[in-house]
Design a protein around this ligand. Structure first.
Ligand code: ADP
Length: 481
């Protein structure tokens, strides 16, 4: 049996059945032999294809680059080359090919023929172009950094905004300091820079800050970061997306300033109204009808006052001026007072209130603010309960602080809303559909006050079953019993 004939047959079979286009090219460029994959790729029968030289099959714009490499190979400067180039299909369309060429020489070193392999990468190329178009067109700055934090690529949008934070240029390394400020005006430190955090392996969303030194022209950005990983999960770098949100941040600031100044302006006349109402109600020459109407006016003026107090407190939280006046407070007494104040509305609604509180539990805290916490949690518990439901208040001392629980068997909170209830101005869909009155401020105030005390507030809730709000505060003042 002829071994070389057999191996030649094998080669021919492999050539014909390979999914990669293959051809043997004469030194003058004519295709001497072509396989099936190449015929399919370029839309010709084998007899037609071998009438052509590779030059006619190449897109004119890519021909010079191909010929240059081809001649360097013939001249012996290199013995093989690779390039991505466009071919012309028989029907006129373009086909992208990944071409690998090697030159075979005879024993005397004379060029015999080229062996070329061409992988059809049209789809891949088109996908890359599509992604590239998106990368360059989106209105979000995009940055890729490598595992060491070196800048690898950025899109046009990001390039255009770089001068604001880095007026003297950027060296292409994560963590370079620039005109970058936190929302409260503090200069951002190196380890707080988004690119630096991403280089440390962090992932985050909505990291918001100002860039630019001129307060009138500076811009606000919201940044997200994701890690880029290789097939084995190893860190290859990170991708960052920078969205400009100046208008949004300015609008929020204007709204906050407006709310704060309106609340201030309303406070003085309202105090006067309440004072005079008080004086009026003390008169003994009022008819029963007038006295009853006066009570309604007083009650509503009282509600306005509470609302204003909420708005003022929110303003203090926003501009960082919320101050606590800590003192030794008997939290048990604060709970009793708050429960008593709520009992009227609870009774009216047919909601039972149960209290489980020690005789005395002293903490170092701002009693007035904690009363606000209790008022808000209790009024919510009653407000979001139905007739026949129960509200339970539990207070107990722990090793180093106290735990307060306000639980109700009321309407509960939808699972997709639980995360948001502490957000300022958030109102639940159910609460709005049922037209339960409210401003969406109560729980944000609770969370700010608890925060300021160094405590935590959490909620567990199930729609239709009820909610439990749990406040944990440090600062236990008396010994654990
Ligand atoms: P408001 O009660 O004025 O709407 P809050 O900040 O106090 O504002 O509460 C935010 C939202 O959380 C409410 O709109 C409501 O959907 C939900 N919520 C608060 N407390 C309860 C509760 N005890 N039971 C059910 N839902 C509650």
């Amino acid at each position: 049996m002829d071994g070389s004939a057999e191996s030649e047959d094998l080669w021919r079979l492999m050539l014909q059945h390979s999914p990669i286009g293959m051809t043997v090219v004469a030194p003058d460029g004519r295709l001497l032999m072509v396989n099936r994959a190449l015929c399919e790729m370029l839309g010709y029968a084998a007899e037609e294809l071998t009438q052509h030289g590779f030059q006619e099959l190449t897109h004119p714009d890519d021909l010079d680059a191909d010929l240059a490499l081809y001649h360097r190979t013939l001249d012996g400067e290199i013995d093989s080359y690779r390039m991505r180039k466009r071919y012309l299909h028989a029907d006129g369309r373009l086909v992208w090919g990944d071409l690998s060429v090697a030159l075979v020489r005879d024993a005397a070193g004379q060029p015999l023929h080229f062996i070329s392999q061409i992988l059809d990468v049209t789809e891949q190329q088109e996908n890359e172009e599509r992604l590239e178009a998106i990368f360059e067109t989106v209105n979000v700055g995009l940055l890729l950094i490598d595992a060491e934090g070196r800048y690898e690529r950025m899109n046009r949008r990001h390039r255009d905004t770089m001068h604001m934070p880095f007026p003297d240029g950027h060296a292409g390394e994560a963590g370079q300091l620039g005109e970058v400020y936190h929302l409260d005006g503090r200069v951002m430190a190196r380890e707080e820079m988004p690119s630096y955090r991403a280089t440390q392996g962090e992932e985050f969303d909505d990291y918001t800050y100002w860039v630019g030194s001129d307060p009138a022209r500076r811009q606000a950005f919201s940044t997200s970061a994701r890690q880029v990983r290789g097939p084995a999960g190893e860190r290859r770098g990170a991708a960052l997306a920078y969205q400009e949100i100046t208008d949004l941040v300015r609008a929020i600031q204007v709204k906050d300033e407006f709310v704060a100044s309106v609340s201030h302006e309303l406070r003085t006349p309202l105090t006067s109204v309440l004072g005079h109402l008080e004086l009026l109600s003390e008169r003994d020459d009022l008819s029963a009808e007038v006295a009853a109407q006066l009570e309604v006016v007083q009650r509503n003026a009282g509600r306005l006052q509470a609302l204003l107090a909420d708005l003022l407190l929110v303003g203090q939280v926003t501009d960082g001026t919320l101050e606590l006046l800590p003192a030794q407070v008997d939290l048990a007494a604060v709970v009793h007072d708050a429960v008593e104040a709520t009992r009227v509305s609870a009774d009216r609604k047919g909601v039972a209130v149960r209290v489980d509180v020690p005789d005395r539990l002293v903490v170092l805290a701002d009693g007035q603010r904690l009363r606000q916490v209790l008022d808000n949690l209790l009024s919510n518990a009653v407000k979001y309960s139905r007739s026949g439901d129960t509200v339970g208040v539990l207070l107990r001392g722990t090793e180093d602080g106290v735990e307060l629980e306000v639980a109700d068997t009321g309407m509960g909170i939808a699972a997709d809303e639980v995360e948001q209830v502490f957000t300022r101005f958030f109102r639940g869909g159910h609460a709005m559909a049922q037209q339960v009155p409210g401003t969406g401020l109560g729980l944000s105030i609770v969370s700010s006050i608890v925060d300021a005390h160094g405590g935590t507030v959490t909620v567990e809730s199930e729609l239709g079953m009820g909610s439990t709000f749990r406040v944990v505060l440090p600062g236990r003042a008396d010994p654990v019993d």
